[in-house]
Design a protein around this ligand. Structure first.
Ligand code: ACO
Length: 403
């Protein structure tokens, strides 16, 4: 046992909190979560009301500026986002350097980071005007880059943005239209996608948002910070869970196999967990999961898939789990990822794009949190301490004397 106390003699009090389960890293006025009650508010507005009545760009405005826009402000904001959807033509050539089978998330990390090489003006973070322009650029270009990442992996030509379309319709068109065929975005699917974007727009200090803040605390430019957030989101314990939930539902396959999976999830000696169940903060029904479940029904009805066996399995799995002592006692409820995979798959997105869509929607939350941090005079560079448990001081041993 090494006595480490002398190493900390000049350091004052330390807290040791792996996973930051009870340590606040910042003050924030953006998003409020009450995990026990299942409440999520953006700038004070319940997520249910925003998802029901608003659209994604309105949510973006709210997260960035703190208030809902007036009609004139909204029209101006939509126009400004629309003006920034194009990416530099060199960017298309940049894409050609990737292997065709590159995971679209790896392409997103690289291409968003590369935006700083195209917009030198936006790297001046001391200028509030430049900060706002880079926010617009990121919100506007994420759908374009995400669609390019998708098209590239399937070997189809890129589709340029068409800015007289609304944000989700423009994205659907860039993903799914092909040359020589007329493509009309389905308004019900566009509305559903828009709602999915609203649900994912922010979630306070989760791992990727904390990554963006930490990267930004050194003064790094916003494109680099968002690229760091995308890299963090890619992990299966974070943004990758919707893909895992879909795979699990496919593996279960039929409702008669559900009890065996519930038993596996409850078995202490089995590492298996029900994917899309449980949440670090929500110890009640994730409010986003309720809206997502409704959205799933709408999308499947619209596409004529209302008897999708995956939905049947999901609904029955949820019903059984919500009545099971184990899940009740541990407060495990469906989270947003439980239904989102079924919905995105039905819309035609491959599983490799699920986390990309999450990143697209979360970009506004990241950028709002980054801006809030930059504009907070009390913020310092993020520099966590550690509890050192290695060797105490010892002298160098020459190679010949090492045993
Ligand atoms: N299935 C079965 N048991 C579970 C599950 C689950 N999905 N989730 C948690 N438990 C059990 C754990 O085994 C543990 O049991 P124990 O007390 O007997 O040891 C207890 O519930 C608490 O679990 P923790 O892992 O300590 O809870 P934590 O808050 O750290 O984890 C997490 C939350 C990671 C989301 C977890 O519930 C999980 O792994 N869920 C499945 C993956 C998933 O859906 N992730 C998406 C999260 S939402 C998002 O990122 C957008």
């Amino acid at each position: 046992v090494v006595d480490i106390a002398p190493l900390y003699k000049h350091s004052g009090m330390f807290t040791y909190d792996p996973g930051f389960t009870s340590t606040a890293s910042c003050e924030s006025q953006i998003t409020y979560i009450d995990g026990d009650e299942g409440v999520l508010l953006y700038r004070g507005y319940p997520i249910e009301q925003l998802a029901e009545h608003g659209d994604f760009l309105e949510t973006c405005y709210l997260l960035l500026y703190g208030e809902l826009p007036t009609p004139a402000q909204k029209a101006d904001f939509d126009y400004r986002v629309g003006r920034h959807t194009m990416v530099h033509e060199q960017m298309a050539r940049f894409f050609q350097g990737f292997r065709r089978d590159a995971h679209p998330m790896s392409v997103m990390v690289a291409s968003v980071g590369a935006l700083s090489a195209f917009y030198h003006d936006s790297t001046d973070i001391s200028d509030p005007h430049q900060r706002m322009i880079s926010s617009m650029r990121l919100i506007a270009k994420m759908p374009t880059l995400a669609a390019m990442a998708y098209k590239y992996t399937i070997g189809q030509p890129f589709v340029y943005p068409q800015n007289n379309l609304d944000y989700p319709s423009n994205f659907l068109r860039m993903c799914f239209s092909v040359p020589c065929e007329e493509y009309k975005p389905n308004p019900i699917l566009a509305r559903a996608l828009d709602r999915i974007f609203i649900l994912h727009a922010d979630h306070e200090q989760n791992a990727s948002t904390s990554t963006v803040r930490l990267a930004g605390s050194s003064g790094a430019n916003p494109f680099a910070c968002i690229a760091a957030g995308i890299a963090c989101l890619w992990g299966p314990a974070h943004g990758g869970a919707n893909e895992a939930a879909l795979k699990m539902l496919q593996e279960i396959g039929t409702v008669d196999r559900i009890p065996a999976y519930i038993a596996k999830a409850k078995d202490k000696n089995d590492p298996f967990r029900l994917m899309g169940f449980g949440h670090r903060v929500y110890k009640n029904y994730d409010p986003r999961a309720k809206i997502m479940q409704r959205t799933t029904h709408e999308v499947l009805n619209e596409l004529g898939h209302k008897d999708d066996p995956l939905l049947e399995v999901a609904l029955e799995l949820e019903r059984i789990a919500l009545h099971d002592e184990y899940f009740i006692e541990k407060k495990l409820y469906p989270n947003i990822d439980f239904y989102s995979g079924i919905t995105l798959k039905a819309m035609g997105f491959p599983t490799s794009m699920f986390t990309v869509l999450f990143a697209l929607a979360r970009t506004v939350g990241w950028i709002a949190q980054w801006k809030e941090m930059i504009e907070d005079p009390s913020q310092k560079i993020g520099r966590p301490r550690q509890l050192y448990t290695g060797a105490t001081r010892r002298d160098y041993v020459s190679p010949a004397q090492r045993r």
